[in-house]
Design a protein around this ligand. Structure first.
Ligand SMILES: Nc1ncnc2c1ncn2[C@@H]1O[C@H](COP(=O)(O)OP(=O)(O)OP(=O)(O)O)[C@@H](O)[C@H]1O
Length: 536
């Protein structure tokens, strides 16, 4: 039975503060027609009514943030509210106005085309959380699309947000996954015909859903007064430690966004996450992972891999380029914030510092992954670079490799075979290894063991340290796909089992070994975001 730490709360007692809608300019029109909205940060909208909403799953940790217990979360009211069928007193439903650069090009006004913020609450710990429905119907920003979402993309978003949270990666959260009872038409490109699919809504939570694109749109339109209002609001509300907004503070703020974004990139590299669509409208101003669309997880280590099949040629958004793209996106944000500061130098400095923030954070992450107490750039940078070449040279499961590396005995008297043995399980085709590769791996392991001994951590302690940073369970692409296939048949066991396993991604869970296994052969040629799960 799941009880909540905020025992006095319940669904009807949620306290709404709604700072975004009470402090920023609204679109004066309440008409829900699709259009360009000028001189406003948001438009008030109503979610659509759905035929037969049914709860598929909810996250108890996110429910805790709201002070909701199991009884609340399994009530009819919960399902009605978080499918968009009923607003609670105090809610102020609205869609935010933002634009963005998509695949390197300015795309103009984009959203929120299918996200509706229900309102902002304050919980019993004094934390503010904005509640947002994704897929609850059209808004003025929906352009040509329907404002809806289907079960497969919603399930992927729900599971992955929570998996990322438990991995320690900054992220928006997901409270619930609810089937609407309606079908949604989607063009499935594998047979060229529109398909009817089950519709679903995810309720997401974040301290803020403001994106780089919110600022970009106002600057692009010359709405500098709005830009200033939104920037001042963001600093006052989410970066109060920086002080009262003024030019020097805007620069400090940008610098902090650079740092938060650099840290986020390091987390993604650490766990093998590939976002897949790092457009500036998908960059959170708080440095959170946002928009779990065509994301994927590295299976065999390949820095050029992208789960986004529309990007497969250019690989703009592949695993290894994520920090470069983040930097490019930050440069677009700098352009957008420039009118507030009036000089380019502070932005240029922060963009340069991004590289330093990234490098420092990457070094300490890599030291952690290897079980070293300090990163010594002169020796450890080549050590890591050589390792990454080795991992890419033959199909090697990144997640399993680092878990298994923790088991490598480092004592001097150990034989090469003893050192290599734990790693075989991480290789996709161990029988195809040639002797040149084996020699390189043995030589690398020897260097690694020497380095570990010099570092001084005994093997047991090193293993503990490594297992706290190298996950055992991640939402492997094929596992998400299996959960989708099951859920499409009305069976939710796997969704809930994955949710449970991914709560403790660093801890071995007896009986759950199958979730830690490398991708099975049948799933080899499926992209991370398979044809079934990609279009949303
Ligand atoms: N089915 C849809 N109906 C209306 N608008 C949509 C739809 N799908 C995407 N959009 C809008 O197009 C823009 C870009 O889409 P993208 O796929 O990056 O976002 P998303 O997954 O819908 O949303 P988010 O970024 O909020 O997670 C977003 O502003 C989004 O709201």
């Amino acid at each position: 039975m799941h009880t909540s730490p905020c025992s006095s709360q319940s669904l009807t007692n949620l306290r709404f503060t709604n700072r975004f809608t009470t402090q920023l300019p609204a679109d004066p029109s309440s008409e829900n027609t699709r259009r360009q909205v000028y001189r406003a940060c948001y438009s008030r909208v109503m979610p659509v009514t759905t035929t037969n909403p049914q709860l598929v799953a909810y996250s108890r940790e996110v429910a805790d943030l709201l002070g909701l217990d199991q009884e609340d979360c399994t009530s009819e009211l919960f399902t009605r509210v978080f499918s968009g069928n009923q607003l609670l007193p105090g809610m102020d439903a609205h869609a935010m106005c933002y634009g963005g650069h998509q695949f390197g090009n300015w795309a103009g006004q984009l959203g929120d085309g299918r996200a509706i913020n229900l309102g902002e609450i304050i919980n019993c710990q004094g934390e503010h959380w904005t509640l947002q429905l994704k897929g609850a119907g059209p808004t003025p920003y929906s352009r040509h699309a329907d404002g809806l979402a289907v079960l497969r993309s919603s399930l992927r978003e729900f599971l992955c947000s929570e998996a990322m949270f438990h991995l320690g990666v900054p992220t928006t959260r997901a409270l619930s996954l609810i089937l609407t009872g309606d079908t949604v038409e989607r063009d499935m490109f594998y047979n060229g015909h529109p398909q009817e699919e089950p519709g679903a809504v995810v309720c997401r939570l974040s301290p803020s859903f403001i994106r780089f694109g919110n600022f970009e749109l106002f600057t692009a339109r010359g709405e500098i007064d709005l830009l200033k209002q939104l920037a001042d609001f963001t600093i006052r509300t989410h970066f109060p430690h920086l002080g009262r907004p003024k030019p020097a503070v805007y620069s400090l703020w940008f610098d902090e966004i650079c740092r938060l974004t650099a840290e986020l990139m390091v987390h993604w590299l650490r766990v093998g996450f590939v976002h897949g669509v790092m457009n500036t409208d998908n960059m959170s101003i708080l440095g959170l992972t946002i928009d779990y669309g065509p994301y994927g997880w590295l299976e065999d280590y390949d820095p050029t891999w992208t789960p986004n099949i529309t990007d497969a040629q250019g690989r703009r958004y592949c695993y290894g380029r994520q920090p470069i793209i983040a930097h490019w996106n930050l440069a677009q944000l700098a352009n957008a914030l420039y009118p507030l500061v009036g000089e380019t130098e502070p932005f240029e400095q922060s963009l340069q510092k991004f590289n330093r923030y990234f490098e420092q954070s990457w070094q300490s992450m890599m030291a952690g992954k290897l079980g070293l107490t300090v990163f010594e750039p002169d020796t450890d940078r080549p050590l890591v670079e050589d390792l990454l070449h080795l991992l890419a040279a033959v199909e090697t499961d990144m997640t399993l490799f680092f878990r298994q590396l923790a088991l490598v005995p480092t004592a001097m008297e150990k034989q090469t075979a003893d050192r290599c043995a734990p790693l075989h399980i991480a290789l996709y085709q161990p029988e195809q290894l040639d002797s040149a590769y084996q020699d390189k791996l043995s030589a690398w392991l020897l260097r690694y063991c020497n380095r570990v001994r010099r570092d001084g951590l005994p093997d047991q302690e090193r293993q503990k340290k490594m297992n706290a940073i190298n996950p055992l369970y991640v939402l492997r692409n094929y596992l998400a796909q299996l959960a989708i296939e099951q859920a499409t048949d009305g069976e939710y066991t796997l969704v809930n089992e994955l949710l449970e396993v991914l709560r403790s991604p660093y801890t071995e869970q007896p009986g759950k070994e199958q979730f830690a296994e490398k991708r099975p052969e049948w799933a080899r040629h499926r992209p991370g975001c398979s044809m079934l799960s990609c279009s949303s």
